[in-house]
Design a protein. Structure first.
Lengths: 375, 375
């Protein structure tokens, strides 16, 4: 599914799914339709007011007849950014690098299992964030590609372990049978362990010599922190325990989302910025950008669940309500949730002001998509 | 249990268990009795012949009446090494460092689970190897302590995951109820993941500034390689599949032991040597030492299983035979196995010739113990 979205400065034709919820059972393959638009990362007062007045993640005017490449209009002299082409090109580069990083060797079963999940598709959003952040601060693709692969390895290992019978007990992931169903539970645990370890080996061994080792050490420290008892693991532990607890409040909800989703997004961006040679100030601004879009994704997801029909969403609407799941609309109401989402997208974009607009375009496009998606 | 062992140059009174097999259900707590001896790391021709003539892991003359501290004898001017005191001191340092590295914070359940297994005792052999190798090449304890803690974290995570119901389904570890019995299976999986990740974070963040970052990056690459599809995970995968396969040969047997046991021992030594500032030549010599003692441990274990009584072993003798397990004596006979063990101890010690004898003492003591233990 796809739709056209008015971003205040242009029309963008987007794909229906960009992020996928980590515990969703059925995921659609990536679908990048027409995603070209002139770059506008500033937040002019007029635009802010308009966002505020609609106070919705649905800040769009659907117009499927309009040509998507409005950047060709003579009236708009802004540089253009072809988001679709960018995503396709980066996903291809990342997929090739991932394929090469884990060759099929002995013992074949474990490497086959690792490759089964790692190369099962996915939009490679986290690697893209890593590469874009590296580029933004003046680095080149080769500096961040091992780290970009590493964040995808970590994402994949967290999905393999989260799907285990003792966790969420899922049978499907990215439209394929889950790892433990295909290879057995023990191999799935070990494949996750191997991917976790290999992520660090790959950064340590494959990052090119033009990146100073002190930056590699810093990047490894950041990535490790994203995973453990202060990261993904912390979020998953609280998520599991909260399923049997109706007393979960806003603080706990934010903790789960920040740790399960936002932290790896943050890590992806921060690793790219560090390895690309970013200053401490640049790294911290990009960290705040990533934290905002990570949380934004979840807030928008919750709003869509209660404001859209199943047909509009392309999945069952209101399922969070049925499951009595704690969501932002449930805890603060739909309007306040929209105001919160608006605050997050503004904050995220503000972090990018001052960077080269052309190089910031992928990160702006991502933030826009998350805020203005319809499903 | 303890026994006195004649090492060719002196008498050493040893504890009964030094290493423990990773999949054994019931482990005795560390017991370091009198372990003082003059240092003799060279392998004179006379000694080699004597080892060869007995061709046994049982190269001892039990004499519990003899004083254990023969290094006080005037006839022996060699420097002495108090192995017991060394082990106690290092284990205390490591335990304090481990305790401080994983404080009990939120979410309490995951950190409590990590600490439960990490601080459950154990002889801290791998950290000791790491610290001793660092010292041997001219480093100090602080340079290698984060890495020493990291190898123990990796060892612990491998035990937690190996004990899972989908793996070996063990209820006891280090004399305590296994992690998944206490905290539940999902938390045990996550605690292992968190320890795996934290091992890398700890090296990256806590290694002092006087270690060049290029050495830290190299150490991280080495440690990661020890764990994944070319290390612990590879060994465990083959071990699990070999349990249902009576066609396992010598090549597969060595693969399992090298990957499940020897690789982490090798990593422990190599990390210490790298972080302590060892030259490439020194690192590689210590790598060969570690590979030899890792394999030696398993060969001796297999020989003892078929040559000693249950009373002598302190555990059920002949259980490998009963379980129809593939062992060295089964594949090459007892005599050939002894010759192989002899070759390994000689090779291991040869790697240490030329280093400062005083600083090499802990590594020599360890190799001696493994070769000459009685149970």
């Amino acid at each position: 599914m796809s739709c056209s979205v008015y971003l205040g400065c242009c029309w963008v034709h987007t794909s229906s799914t960009f992020f996928t919820r980590s515990r969703s059972k059925s995921l659609t393959p990536p679908s990048f339709k027409t995603l070209s638009f002139p770059i506008d990362y500033s937040i002019p007062p007029r635009r802010r007011r308009r966002i505020s007045s609609t106070a919705s993640a649905v800040l769009t005017r659907e117009d499927k007849e309009k040509p998507s490449s409005l950047h060709h209009e003579e009236s708009d002299p802004k540089p253009t950014f072809d988001f679709k082409a960018y995503m396709v090109q980066k996903a291809n580069s990342v997929n090739q690098a991932l394929d090469a990083s884990v060759p099929l060797k002995e013992p074949a079963k474990i490497h086959d299992s690792m490759r089964y999940s790692l190369l099962a598709g996915g939009k490679r959003v986290r690697p893209m964030l890593c590469l874009a952040a590296c580029d933004l601060v003046g680095g080149n693709e080769s500096m961040a590609m091992p780290a970009a692969c590493a964040v995808e390895m970590i994402h994949t290992m967290s999905l393999i372990h989260d799907d285990l019978p003792c966790m969420d007990n899922d049978d499907l992931r990215r439209g394929k049978t889950t790892n433990h169903i295909v290879y057995g539970e023990s191999v799935a645990v070990l494949a996750g362990d191997a991917l976790l370890a290999f992520a660090f080996e790959h950064i340590a061994v494959a990052t090119p010599a033009d990146v100073h080792p002190s930056r590699i050490v810093r990047a490894i420290g950041e990535l490790a922190n994203v995973i453990g008892g202060e990261g993904l693991v912390a979020g998953q532990v609280l998520d599991i325990s909260s399923e049997r607890n109706s007393e979960v409040g806003l603080k706990e909800l934010e903790f789960i989302h920040v740790h399960k989703t936002a932290k790896l997004l943050e890590g992806s961006v921060v690793l790219g910025a560090i390895l690309g040679g970013g200053s401490d100030g640049e790294v911290e601004r990009l960290r705040r950008y990533a934290r905002d879009i990570g949380l934004l994704f979840q807030v928008v997801d919750d709003i869509l669940d209660v404001t859209k029909s199943s047909q509009e969403l392309g999945k069952t609407a209101g399922k969070d309500l049925v499951a009595d799941k704690v969501t932002y609309p449930k805890l603060m109401g739909v309007e306040k949730s929209r105001e919160f989402a608006e605050k997050l997208i503004e904050e995220a974009k503000e972090q990018l002001v001052g960077f080269d607009p052309v190089k910031a375009a992928p990160l702006i496009a991502l933030a826009n998509y998350i805020a203005y998606r319809q499903n």
